[in-house]
Design a binder for this molecule. Structure first.
Ligand code: UDX
Ligand code: ADP
Length: 453
């Protein structure tokens, strides 16, 4: 029986291993983590992450061929294939701070693998890492090898949160990068056989190590770039009276452009896009390519611009101040169907409003009050105002909002600012709201109170 061990029971490791286990009954999969509360949660009825369909998959194989454990060393020692999906946040201090990936967790995982291994291993990079990380890891392993043969593979994960299970069941492609040596090719083949249990062979791409590592960064950079492109257009739409949804539809009909990922929004969030682009920028700079670095940096600049543009729109439409005004924020996670708040644009928007002394109440069915408090207390920039944070209790906003009732209870003029273009703006206007939708023709009120970004 092939034994797989995955180091890191997070958003990537947990769902990915659950799907491998459910699709490959002949493989034993153990997910290990240093965090006991995380592992306890994976072994309980309340999993540590919310992901549609995940509960069913875990229930189907947990205790049979899927296990969660804190006994990291034992399971690493026993495994044939080790996936590493530990966190790789952006460095906050030292060389490359604010841009380069922090590989501390990766390095300690690699050293631990070298310490405890007694048989040959295939070590698979699952976390997004800078190009050439595999080489560094290979060095750590081979310099401490005690005669053991290690093959390093890069097998980046392309799942998106909220659709992780669907993405894993039917991936557009699986990408496996390895060394172009006989041993390297053998290792690639071994991993390919795991995925071939449910992924059609033509969807499994094999490349060299560096191509696989770079493809992950490139895919996320291209996706984020599409959002920044459409968000840049949304500002121009508001200025000219065009409608960004109509523009997106029109350009998306061009089969070379395609219709996906063209929704204007308050900005992209999530743990990957910004981190991976910063990483890409850093790699470009380190390789003497400042023009390329600046090109990708612009994707993040537009994203920041979009978030501040939204806040400025809110503030300017209420006579240039929201001080003491009550603002309800619906939704806090970085997208729907997830409780993940990493890099969510809601943090910047709420901080912007709190900075202008608004009384903010926040509701998200998937995010706890504690998490919101933690996110907003984070010191991204310094505060010179006291906070007026009043998170609502989850029961205070109903699934189906009665906008007429809400309108009746609000001070007039009453506003709705839609950062995702999800409300029926015309219906709300009929009730009497002034509505702002990103990239859509502006209500007369908003035209009279231009936002300065
Ligand atoms: C992303 C990639 O899609 C995935 O392939 C990779 O493995 C990890 O990073 P994720 O961050 O989970 O996945 O979510 P994604 O659906 O890509 O959305 C990212 C952000 O972009 C969200 O804040 C989302 O709301 C925003 N977005 C997405 C838009 O603003 N407009 C769009 O049209 C699409
Ligand atoms: P991702 O979104 O990339 O999956 P997460 O932060 O959700 O990232 O998960 C990473 C997990 O890796 C965390 O649960 C963390 O405790 C775990 N981890 C980090 N370093 C190690 C290590 N050396 N050994 C085992 N687990 C680790």
């Amino acid at each position: 029986m092939v034994k797989i061990c995955c180091i890191g029971a997070g958003y990537v490791g947990g769902p990915t291993m659950a799907v491998i286990a459910v699709k490959c009954p002949a493989i034993e999969v153990v997910v290990v983590d240093i965090s006991k509360p995380r592992i306890d949660a994976w072994n309980s009825d309340t999993l540590p992450i919310y992901e549609p369909g995940l509960d069913e998959v875990v229930k189907a194989c947990r205790g049979k061929n899927l296990f969660f454990s804190t006994d990291v060393e034992k399971h690493v020692a026993e495994a044939d294939i080790i996936f590493v999906s530990v966190n790789t946040p952006t460095k906050t201090r030292g060389l490359g701070a604010g841009k380069a990936a922090d590989l501390t967790y990766w390095e300690s995982a690699a050293r631990m693998i070298a310490d405890v291994s007694k048989s040959d291993k295939i070590v698979v990079e699952k976390s997004t890492v800078p190009v050439k990380t595999a080489e560094a890891i290979e060095k750590i392993l081979t310099h401490n090898s005690k005669g053991i043969n290690y093959q390093i593979l890069s097998n980046p994960e392309f799942l998106a949160e909220g659709t992780a299970i669907d993405d894993l069941f039917k991936p557009d492609r699986v990408l496996i990068g390895g060394r172009e040596t006989p041993e390297g090719r053998k290792a690639v083949q071994a991993l390919k056989e795991v995925y071939a249990n449910w992924v059609p062979e033509e969807n499994i791409i094999t490349t060299n190590l560096w191509s696989a590592e770079l493809s992950k960064l490139a895919a996320n950079a291209f996706l984020a770039q599409r959002i920044s492109s459409v968000n840049a257009m949304s500002a121009l739409c508001e200025a000219t009276g065009a409608n960004v949804s109509e523009v997106s539809y029109a350009i998306g009909k061009d089969s070379r452009i395609g219709p996906k990922f063209l929704n204007a929004s308050v900005g992209f969030g999530g743990s990957c896009f910004q981190k991976d682009i910063l990483n890409l920028v850093y790699i470009c700079e380190c390789n003497g390519l400042p023009e390329v670095a600046n090109y990708w940096k612009q994707v993040i600049k537009i994203n920041d611009y979009q978030k501040s543009r939204f806040v400025n729109r809110v503030v300017s439409s209420m006579f240039n101040t929201v001080s003491g005004k009550k603002v309800a924020v619906l939704g806090f996670a970085f997208k729907k169907d997830t409780g993940d708040t990493r890099e969510t644009p809601a943090i910047d928007v709420c901080k912007g409003l709190l900075g202008d002394k608004a009384q903010v109440s926040i509701y998200d069915p998937q995010v706890t009050e504690d998490q919101i408090q933690r996110d907003l207390a984070m010191n991204k920039f310094d505060w010179d105002h006291p906070m007026h944070l009043q998170p609502t209790s989850p029961s205070s906003v109903k699934q189906e909002l009665d906008y007429q009732k809400i309108f009746n209870n609000m001070q007039k003029p009453a506003f709705v600012f839609d950062g995702r273009n999800v409300v029926n703006a015309d219906k709300l206007r009929e009730i009497g709201f002034i509505v702002y939708s990103i990239g859509k023709p502006l209500d007369a009120w908003l035209k009279d109170m231009p936002a300065i970004a």
